[in-house]
Design a protein around this ligand. Structure first.
Ligand code: ZN
Length: 437
């Protein structure tokens, strides 16, 4: 089975290599702006856009004719070529979004990029891209020491089960990274440890992840809450930054420090999520989670930080590809599915449940259960009821239809091996997944 995967490594650049990276990123930015100006010109004159291939042709003629562009030879031709491709895609996305053919938020017209105001990044689509255990080799930059081991990718390249398709070099805070897009040959999708078992997973705010499986076992991954933990540092860095004079050297220094704290937090969070989602995908055949409307929720400012911190969208994405890769599946409950508001014991649905209510108390049957555990049980039942087939084919479960169906079921009758008792209390066993990678 062929699969595309990304491998990302932090780089330890020599000063010469770092200069080359900055130069390449500048070249990519220049090409984007140059191409965008050309496209605008043509569009205003009544024509369409230039495609990436057309832009490349015009650029090739222009760069040799214009002495002011003589510096183009300092960078790999990929930097320009790939920037034209990005621009082509951005214009295409803009057009399809305007025509309503693209999901998600409406996209604006591509903008000009400004140094320091956009991400420093460039891409190689062709050329010699190699990777040994401790280094990577890229066109024009040569062999670069990596900050971490690249052994896993190197081994795959050696035995011919992987092929590098492209490499993106980018900067986050003061650190440069390379991300290889790799086509990987996988031996038969693996099988999860317990292929016929399912787990309902509530991606939380207080706890990173709460799951209840079909044996009634509760699995929790305590929210590492990296952002909250380093919030003091972050707040300090943020305050220090805002107090510095605009456009001063001190402000630039404070901004760099703030960016480093943010980058560190994001790394810790991604790491915790990777470990937890890998463990779930390796163990269970079916994982059920709520398909949160992340874009909509993040607009709520008070919640925004916590949601961002817990990395909902990121976790869902990980669960999605990891379950597939392990031969399992991820079921996403529609966003109208009342996983938190419904009682996992009797199915009664509350009209309101505030975020501060950490314990679910049912007024109908008297169930008292941790809020996240209650939600996870509801999600697990959704898998068992088969109602997910409705949204597995793209539709969304709406209230009044299947959305309420599963939770109205009698507890304990929905699934073989489910231990849902009258109280709906899952077994007390509480495993932590944090160390199971
Ligand atoms: Zn109840």
């Amino acid at each position: 089975m062929k699969d595309t995967q990304a491998y990302r490594f932090a780089l330890d650049l020599t000063p010469r290599q770092e200069r080359a990276c900055r130069s390449h990123a500048g070249a990519a930015r220049f090409a984007w702006n140059w191409g965008l100006a050309k496209c605008k010109e043509r569009y205003q004159a009544g024509g369409g856009w230039y495609s990436a291939a057309e832009l490349h042709k015009v650029w090739n003629a222009r760069k040799k004719a214009d002495p002011a562009l003589a510096w183009w030879t300092e960078n790999s031709k990929c930097a320009y070529q790939e920037a034209f491709r990005d621009l082509d895609r951005a214009l295409h996305d803009f057009v399809t979004s305007r025509q309503g053919q693209r999901a998600g938020r409406r996209l604006g017209f591509p903008r000009f990029k400004k140094r320091g105001r956009c991400r420093d990044s460039f891409r190689y689509g062709t050329g010699v891209m190699r990777c040994t255990g401790k280094t990577v080799t890229l066109p024009r930059l040569g062999t670069i020491a990596t900050h971490e081991s690249t052994r896993k990718l190197a081994r795959r390249l050696d035995n011919g089960t992987a092929r590098i398709l492209s490499a993106t070099v980018s900067r986050t805070a003061q650190r440069w990274f390379v991300s290889f897009t790799v086509e990987v040959e996988r031996t038969v999708p693996g099988q999860p440890g317990r292929p016929h078992s399912a787990i309902g997973v509530d991606l939380g705010i207080k706890t990173l992840l709460t799951g209840v499986d079909d044996t009634g076992t509760v699995v929790t991954v305590p929210g590492s809450k990296p952002l909250r933990m380093s919030l003091r540092r972050l707040r300090k860095a943020s305050r220090a930054h805002s107090r510095k004079r605009l456009r001063s050297a001190n402000r630039a220094k404070a901004a760099a420090r703030l960016a480093r704290v943010h980058a560190r937090v994001a790394n810790v969070r991604a790491d915790a999520l990777h470990k937890a989602t890998s463990a779930l995908a390796q163990r269970y055949g079916t994982v059920v989670a709520e398909d949160l409307n992340v874009a909509g929720m993040a607009r709520n400012r008070r919640l925004a930080r916590a949601i961002h911190d817990a990395g909902f969208g990121q976790a869902l994405g990980m669960l999605d590809y990891k379950t597939t890769r392990n031969g399992g599946r991820l079921i996403k409950a529609g966003r109208w599915f009342p996983s938190s508001r419904a009682c996992s014991g009797c199915g009664a649905v509350k009209t309101k449940l505030t975020l501060s209510e950490r314990t679910y108390m049912c007024g109908t049957c008297g169930l008292v259960l941790d809020r996240d555990v209650n939600a996870a049980v509801n999600l697990l039942k959704l898998a068992a009821s088969g109602a997910e087939r409705l949204n597995a084919c793209g539709g969304t479960v709406r209230p009044g239809l299947a959305g309420h169906g599963p939770v109205k079921q009698e507890p304990g009758t929905s699934h073989e091996g489910q231990t849902g008792t009258a109280a709906g209390q899952p077994a007390a066993a509480n495993k932590e997944l944090t160390h199971a990678h």
